[in-house]
Design a protein. Structure first.
Length: 220
């Protein structure tokens, strides 16, 4: 069977793809910003001396890492979203942020534990409380270590955001899905969408590499 391809559907609907790509970046960026405080709080909680805080933090991280993102999005949209009227836009952001926060928590935890223990002991001997030592001594040093993997998490969020179309979250994937349903140009549209995702993620990976190189130079 011969397949007749018509690539004109791409330039004729370029505004749709651009709008979808911008929405994808917007939702991913907001989700990352919201997941950072979650990651910091639960990352610190994972190494807390308080067993209750450590248990709550570990439970959150393990559940979020063990539950598929698609299931989490469906539960938030059809369950939690009905009580708080989140809608597809904010339901998508809350789901992505909650999911990403668990992975950022592990990044923060490993970054903090990479800081020599003597730093905390020195801060405590100087009269600082645990909170002050963590805020002024430990976290600034850990931040330099966790910045590259945190930026990589943004790339993962961009790819994961393609799942929000199942709850009617408007992004590049949903725009492409609707366009394919009306034009019947599935191969052309999804090939181009894959290319757009690759361009976004590859461009960000290049930026991350430059950041890592500059950080290494500053440390030398």
């Amino acid at each position: 069977m011969d397949i007749q391809l018509d690539w004109s559907v791409i330039p004729n609907n370029m505004d749709v793809f651009i709008q979808g790509a911008l929405l994808t970046l917007e939702i991913s960026a907001i989700s990352l910003l919201l997941s950072i405080p979650l990651g910091v709080i639960f990352g610190i909680g994972r190494i807390s001396r308080n067993p209750i805080i450590r248990f709550i933090s570990s439970t959150y991280v393990e559940i979020m890492r063990g539950v598929p993102l698609l299931v989490l999005l469906m539960w938030i949209y059809f369950g939690l979203g009905q009580f708080f009227s989140l809608g597809s836009y904010w339901g998508s952001i809350v789901g992505l942020a909650t999911f990403s926060g668990a992975f950022l928590a592990e990044i923060v935890r490993s970054g903090i534990q990479a800081v020599p223990k003597g730093q905390m002991e020195a801060a405590r001997s100087a009269g600082m409380s645990n909170f002050q030592a963590m805020r002024y001594i430990i976290l600034p040093q850990a931040f330099r270590r966790i910045l590259p993997p945190m930026a990589s998490q943004f790339i993962i969020l961009i790819k994961d955001s393609s799942l929000i179309s199942v709850i009617a979250g408007v992004d590049l994937t949903l725009k492409a899905k609707n366009l394919a349903a009306t034009s019947f140009r599935y191969i052309e549209i999804w090939t181009f969408v894959a290319l757009v995702y690759f361009i976004m993620t590859f461009s960000l990976s290049l930026i991350i590499r430059q950041i890592e190189k500059r950080m290494l130079k500053n440390e030398q």
